[in-house]
Design a protein around this ligand. Structure first.
Ligand code: NDP
Length: 252
């Protein structure tokens, strides 16, 4: 096709639901070869089947991104199937919202292990691919799912906000190294998106806050973020949209 994404080789983490799943499907529809990474194999396989039915190219690679050995195996699997990766959407993340005194060690550990270390593991696994793809003359993209929580001061979001602030700043700092190598780095900072994310939130006040927001306003859908990611990767390669805040129109 004439799509700028045609023939690109993409890796999407957190591709078994929500934003990652929608983005993997959108990139594939636009002609990219897409490797879908997450832990739930059944969900990945189902998404790959939908993509394949529509004539797209996709590969399910069940991977826990907090496990570096598993990620190393994923790199091999993607290389065997598609070749050098030129688009990485490091999107897997989890949110636990609680007053600091109630936040269990497991809750903050999980957020830091996935949102920070899982993303670093993903960068480490694929950065050489991105550099080679750019050196070979193609576009190369490293895109993070940060959050509006990276910049807003939201009560009870302390650790989650910290992890997302880390990602937004990581994107800024990585550009100083990768930009000169012609690898684009972007942080997408969404507001409220209707996904499975709130299902993991255990604090009743926070759960209610998110459920109410979904009822009261027209929140974002995963497809809205998918379209944004596809756009970031589709602009001419000398253009890097670095930080994209995307809010539901009614979210203040
Ligand atoms: P979902 O809960 O639907 O998606 C989270 C994804 O991460 C799932 O595919 C999950 O799959 C995957 N995941 C969880 N743990 C791991 C792991 N250890 N290794 C690999 N994959 C893992 O929620 P969203 O789509 O909303 O979340 C995607 C990103 O968007 C997150 O980073 C979130 O912080 C961010 N975000 C979401 C917003 C929202 O309002 N929904 C707003 C702003 C940002 P599995 O369990 O199969 O591994």
């Amino acid at each position: 096709t004439g799509s700028p994404l045609s023939g690109r080789i993409a890796v999407v983490t957190g591709a078994s639901s929500g934003i990652g799943e929608a983005t993997a499907e959108r990139l594939a529809v636009l002609g990219a070869n897409v490797a879908l990474l997450a832990r739930r194999e059944d969900r990945l396989t189902a998404a790959v089947a939908r993509i394949t039915e529509r004539g797209g190219h996709a590969l399910a690679v069940p991977t826990d991104v907090t496990d570096r050995a598993a990620l190393a195996r994923a790199v091999e699997a993607v290389h065997d199937e598609f070749g050098t990766v030129d688009l990485v959407f490091a999107n897997a993340g989890v949110q636990h919202v609680s007053p600091i005194g109630d936040l269990t060690i497991d809750d903050w550990d999980e957020q830091i292990n996935l949102n920070v270390k899982g993303v670093m593991n993903t960068v480490q696994a694929f950065v050489h691919d991105l550099e080679s793809a750019a050196a070979a003359g193609g576009s190369a993209d490293l895109i993070f799912t940060s959050s509006i929580a990276a910049t807003r001061v939201l009560e009870k979001f302390q650790v989650y906000s910290g992890t997302k602030a880390y990602l937004s700043h990581l994107a800024r700092v990585l550009r100083t190294e990768l930009g000169r190598k012609k690898v684009r780095v972007s942080a997408v900072e969404p507001g409220m998106v209707d996904t499975e994310l709130p299902l993991h939130v255990t604090d009743p006040d926070a759960t209610k806050l998110m459920a109410d927001l979904i009822k009261q306003i027209d929140v974002l859908q995963s497809a809205d973020i998918a379209e944004t990611v596809a756009f970031l990767a589709s602009v001419p390669k000398h253009v890097n949209l670095t930080e994209i805040t995307i809010l539901p129109t009614e979210q203040i």
